[in-house]
Write a protein that binds this ligand. Structure first.
Ligand SMILES: [Zn+2]
Length: 179
């Protein structure tokens, strides 16, 4: 396995083993089971060596910390923003192309609109409209032209990995209001 040099520290979501769009109940359930299995009281009864106890204690503190942040909606929101911007910074280094919605081809797929753009390697950079919706952008399709229907959203960008190679493209959103 090749180590990803851009691998950032484990996120609070990864610590609790939940998806980033998990709701409060899911996060709480995951926290409870993690905390239960790692709780220091329980460890005293085990025959772990000191060093692995130490690791488990670190783990327990990580779980506690993650729960503190994610259980509070305002601190979670703040954390999500930080996470997003740190990812943007990290990934910007590898971006091969800057794209706008006009550059993307679109195809209907079930309930969503699939957007794609061909990479140099022949495979595609792609994402679908549900992913954009999660970021707060709803798409409007008018024949062949695709635009963002909620024009008051802030400009943003999303990094699209290629399906095959390590290149990435940056899709710049909502920057075409003046056209
Ligand atoms: Zn590629």
């Amino acid at each position: 396995m090749i180590l990803d040099k851009f691998d950032i520290e484990e996120t609070h979501y990864e610590v609790l083993n939940v998806k980033e769009d998990a709701d409060y109940e899911e996060i709480r359930a995951s926290y409870r089971s993690a905390a239960l299995s790692l709780h220091p009281d329980k460890l005293l009864k085990t025959f772990d060596t000191t060093s692995s106890n130490q690791t488990t204690t670190d783990r327990f503190l990580k779980v506690q910390k993650a729960w503190e942040i994610l259980s509070d909606s305002s601190s979670r929101l703040f954390y999500d923003k930080e996470l997003q911007s740190s990812r943007r910074d990290v990934m910007a280094a590898e971006v091969a192309e800057d794209l706008t919605l006009q550059d993307m081809s679109a195809e209907d797929a079930d309930e969503v609109l699939e957007l794609f753009y061909q990479c140099r390697c022949g495979d595609y950079f792609s994402l679908d409209s549900s992913e954009l919706l999660k970021m707060g952008y709803s798409l409007l399709r008018d024949g062949r032209s695709i635009s963002i229907s909620n024009g008051d959203t802030l400009p943003g960008s999303v990094i699209l990995p290629c399906g095959s190679c390590s290149l990435k493209a940056r899709l710049v959103l909502n920057m075409d209001n003046n056209h």
